[in-house]
Design a protein around this ligand. Sequence first.
Ligand SMILES: Nc1nc2c(c(=O)[nH]1)N[C@@H](CN(C=O)c1ccc(C(=O)N[C@@H](CCC(=O)O)C(=O)O)cc1)CN2
Length: 254
Amino acid sequence: MASESEHKATIIDGKQIAQTVRSEIAEEVKKLSEKYGKVPGLAVVIVGSRKDSQSYVNMKRKACAEVGIKSFDFDLPEQVSEAELISKIHELNANPEVHGILVQLPLPKHINEEKVLSEINIEKDVDGFHPLNIGKLAMKGRDPLFLPCTPKGCLELLSRSGISIRGKKAVVMGRSNIVGLPVSLLLLKADATVTIVHSRSVNPESVIREADIVIAAAGQAQMVCLALQSLVFAFPILLFEYLFKFTENIDFDS
Ligand SMILES: Nc1nc2c(c(=O)[nH]1)N[C@@H](CN(C=O)c1ccc(C(=O)N[C@@H](CCC(=O)O)C(=O)O)cc1)CN2
């Protein structure tokens, strides 16, 4: 267990790191454009009019524009059928200008999220939510084509802040498919000793007190009052990490 004197918080400047990543991506896109005469294309699909989802999607689209990625925007009505949405995905799978497909979650209740995400071509699955990509993330010695952006953003913040993960005790708060679970798998791949605490955990505080790294992934402000290495996650880094991994995986030669 860390001693009391080691309980000093280090605030990570996510915005600053995001700015660096943003510049790196813009440079990468420029090089791709000069070499191949084309730029990465990201299809962003949103269903319905949830204000929070719209705001995330707008940020993603704006981020694309800022770094030179072409975004293809599809705003589908709340009532769109599952079949229509899947047909749109098939159309995007077949479009050579679209290198990545992102379906904003959550989807309306009448649409089966698992089914829809499974229809995305794994080579365009920039969210890394396709069962094959998640499956590879969960297995030793396998590498997914893409990683979910928020978990990847968390690890990028740690790495760019000079915080090593190997051998550390990492505690993840929350077990969602989007953040908690995949970030736990990523930390495990990075050789941390990982514990997940969630709504049914008994005495989570005692587990958190033992941690070297705490990742709060339960979407509730002020959830962690103690953290040995305090992490402040700023959304931009996640967004730009998203684009980062996205450009990394495009095969412009095919
Ligand atoms: N297709 C996807 N849908 C959704 C994703 C996703 O990664 N892909 N994630 C969320 C929504 N989302 C991005 O789209 C997102 C929401 C919230 C955050 C976040 O870091 N929130 C912080 C607050 C950050 C801040 O306000 O500065 C927090 O909750 O502590 C990141 C991404 C669901 N849908």
